[in-house]
Design a protein around this ligand. Structure first.
Ligand SMILES: [Zn+2]
Length: 486
């Protein structure tokens, strides 16, 4: 019997609003000393009244539209009751049966091809306090209590661990483009529980699911699901497929999932409408204005880079995933187009060649981000103009780029001070160097003259070393050949 995985994800994303979801406390408590960004509202003191944060609703509404969800004109907040030390009120304000938005999708692309992941819903709620487990005791930091959270639930349509990982990465990218969250998993800005069950291929029925918790990175999601598929396959093969829902925690060190006490099954959250907050009535004009305010999103940018700029698929992906790098290339192309004749695709090719292939290598080597660079746009444009006008050869241009990154100085200044310019295709320097190479390598010269054509590459290499690459390689080769046939 062939089995197939059925995976669904529940994702919580912290919104980077200025204040918290229901009070005016600073929402950047993550960077403040524990228990300093708190007030009677987020501490759940009796008699306090929550007031929904308009900025959070705007962010969630725009995120919903970017996820192709239908935003409801009417939704409401509910109380989710449970008792836990991280929940000062004894309940969490969430949205139960009438969420902010529902029925959407996100397209992804994995090594196995494209897939559309359907989304069940998106709703708003408040985050809980943070528990810090010390040796023998537990400390509570209420700074996080009341941080606006979006919960996004996918349909159980994800088919592989890789799809789950790529979905989350695409979701993070989308949140960053929308500027609603850093969605950093390691920092808990984006948290994910994964539900998984198996079923015989071809069946449509859903079997009891296992919820995996404690997933703190994209890799952990992929690894935990891979592990769980193997574990559950084994159970199915022994005719011991899970008969009830279960909760398991991912143990990163051991690389296994471990059964946890099933809180879910024990709980009855006794949801009821939040009496202190009136229902959310969102006007159609509001939704329209959210839609109009959406920036260019990752799928659109990937497409535009390929269609309008002729940039290859892999490069277009890179320039989308690293938004700062993509922005830099687009600005350089615009700057170059003003200076250079010719079509935008040729200009884009020049810029992306140098930025994607050469600059990225330097950034990786130096462990820098584009945002750390002190090189200005006009300096990049000046640099690429030199390359385009063949005022500098490729080898020296790479040296120049490195110096620009290191010093932030103007390319002209660096070329002058380090003698990097392509002097000319002829001249005393070149003639002299050619003579030196010819007398220095009599054997190779003889071989070439005897018809061994590839030897020219060796001699040219020697010449470039001799002249420190200051001459245009094509012109230098032509001059070398002239000298050799004489
Ligand atoms: Zn507060």
């Amino acid at each position: 019997m062939k089995l197939e995985p059925v995976i669904g994800l529940e994702i919580h994303i912290q919104l980077k609003t200025h204040s918290k979801m229901f009070c005016s406390c600073d929402n950047r408590g993550e960077y403040q000393p524990p228990n300093t960004t708190i007030c009677p509202v987020c501490l759940g003191h009796p008699g306090t009244l929550p007031v929904p944060n308009a900025e959070a609703i705007n962010m969630a509404g725009r995120a919903a539209l970017a996820l192709n969800l239908h935003v409801n004109n009417y939704s409401k907040f509910d109380r989710k009751n449970y008792f836990y030390p991280d929940l000062p009120k004894g309940y969490q304000i969430s949205q139960f049966d009438e969420p902010l938005a529902q029925d959407g999708y996100l397209d992804i692309e994995t090594s196995a091809g494209g897939a559309r992941i359907s989304l069940e819903r998106l709703h708003l709620e408040e985050d809980t306090a943070k528990l810090l487990h010390d040796i023998g005791k537990t400390l509570v930091d209420f700074n996080r209590a009341g941080t606006p959270l979006m919960e996004i639930v996918t349909k159980p349509e994800i088919k592989t661990p890789e799809q789950a990982k790529v979905f989350l990465q695409e979701l993070r990218l989308l949140m960053r483009y929308l500027e609603v969250s850093e969605a950093d998993m390691e920092r808990g800005h984006l948290r994910c529980d994964a539900n998984i069950s198996l079923r015989p291929e071809g069946e449509t029925k859903l079997y009891p699911k296992t919820e995996i918790k404690n997933l703190n990175s994209f890799r952990a999601v992929e690894k935990a699901l891979t592990y769980e598929i193997a574990r559950q396959t084994e159970l199915w093969n022994q005719s011991q497929a899970p008969t009830g829902t279960a909760t398991r925690g991912w143990d990163e060190k051991a690389g296994v999932t471990v059964e946890q006490r099933d809180k879910e099954a024990l709980h009855d959250y006794r949801y009821f409408p939040e009496p202190d907050i009136p229902p959310l009535q969102i006007k159609t004009e509001q939704i329209k204005s959210w839609r109009e305010s959406l920036p260019e999103l990752p799928p659109q940018r990937r497409q535009r880079l390929q269609t309008d700029y002729g940039i290859g698929k892999a490069e277009a992906r890179l320039l989308t995933e690293d938004k700062a790098l993509g922005d830099l290339v687009l600005r350089i192309v615009a700057g170059l187009s003003n200076e250079l004749e010719g079509d935008v695709k040729a200009t884009a090719k020049l810029a992306s060649n140098w930025i994607v292939h050469k600059l990225v290598a330097i950034l990786i080597e130096k462990q820098l981000l584009v945002d750390n660079l002190t090189v200005s746009l006009s300096q990049w444009v000046a640099f690429l103009l030199m390359v385009a006008r063949r005022q500098i050869n490729s080898t020296n241009a790479q040296v120049l780029m490195r110096r620009m990154v290191e010093t932030g100085r103007d390319p002209e200044t660096i070329v002058e001070s380090e003698n990097l310019s392509q002097i000319s295709s002829s001249g005393a320097g070149l003639e002299e160097a050619i003579k030196k190479v010819i007398t220095g390598h009599p054997d190779q010269v003889a071989q070439f003259k005897a018809g061994k054509e590839p030897v020219i590459k060796f001699l040219l290499g020697a010449l470039m070393r001799e002249t420190k690459g200051r001459f245009d390689p094509q012109a230098a080769e032509a001059a070398l050949r002239r000298e050799l046939v004489d």
